[in-house]
Design a protein around this ligand. Structure first.
Ligand SMILES: N[C@@H](CCC(=O)N[C@@H](CS)C(=O)NCC(=O)O)C(=O)O
Length: 217
């Protein structure tokens, strides 16, 4: 049955599902909507009014982590660890990654230097938590790329862009975390997981919402 992903072009949560689909080489259609002016059909089928949605025939899945677990159960190769305890730990860190994405958005949307710097401290605290639990590389659990990696790649992609706009971000990330991020950004499924003009759109979006660090972009 055909798969349709409902997306907003710069959404990191949709990007997680795109990466998983590409890793699994599954064909899918993608429908972009404008979240500032969502169509009625979307409001009817999205319980939280959020993307991503995955439409499978008449069925609709919502929430990126749930969508990716479904994809992982149905389409090989399985990316989640086989061991239930490891899988549960990964789910916890995927949730941590979702919080990190929201903190990154807050940093990007900060309206002035003070609130931006405060958000940098929050990000720095999360990096200090995350850094000791990642493997020596290249990926979170070592040689094997996992579902958890799909959840963090969108964060690293946005961080690389934001880093160009404020020096406070340049040295914020510990070396090991940066190394993991680079390995993810080098992966084909990640490179091809966004629209061609992603960076321009992402920056324009932040600017239009009054972002302090993107004001001069
Ligand atoms: N927990 C959700 C978060 C999804 C999310 O926040 N999506 C944003 C776009 S990146 C959205 O649809 N926002 C619309 C809104 O909040 O009204 C997931 O993991 O799928």
């Amino acid at each position: 049955m055909g798969l349709e992903l409902v997306s907003f072009a710069i959404c990191p949560f949709v990007q997680r599902a795109v990466i998983a689909l590409k890793e699994k080489r599954v064909d899918f259609d993608i429908t972009y909507i404008d979240l500032d002016n969502p169509p009625d059909w979307f409001k009817e089928i999205s319980p939280f009014g959020k993307v991503p949605l995955l439409r499978i025939g008449d069925e609709v899945l919502f929430e990126s982590a749930i969508i990716n677990e479904y994809l992982d159960e149905v389409y090989p190769p399985a990316l989640h660890p086989e061991n239930p305890l490891e899988r549960a730990k990964h789910r916890g860190w995927i949730e941590f990654g979702s919080n990190l994405l929201f903190d990154q958005l807050k940093a990007m949307m900060a309206k002035d230097e003070d609130s931006f710097q405060q958000q940098c401290e929050v990000l720095g605290g999360s990096f200090a938590r995350l850094d000791p639990v990642i493997s020596d590389g290249p990926y979170f659990m070592g040689e094997r790329f996992s579902l958890l990696d799909t959840a963090y790649a969108p964060f690293f992609m946005r961080f690389e862009i934001l880093k160009k706009h404020h020096e406070a971000l340049e040295d914020l990330m510990p070396t090991r975390l940066s190394r993991w991020g680079q390995a993810l950004l080098d992966r084909d499924s990640v490179k091809t997981s966004v629209v061609d003009d992603f960076e321009q759109r992402f920056v324009a979006f932040g600017k239009s919402k009054g972002s302090f660090i993107l004001a001069k972009a």
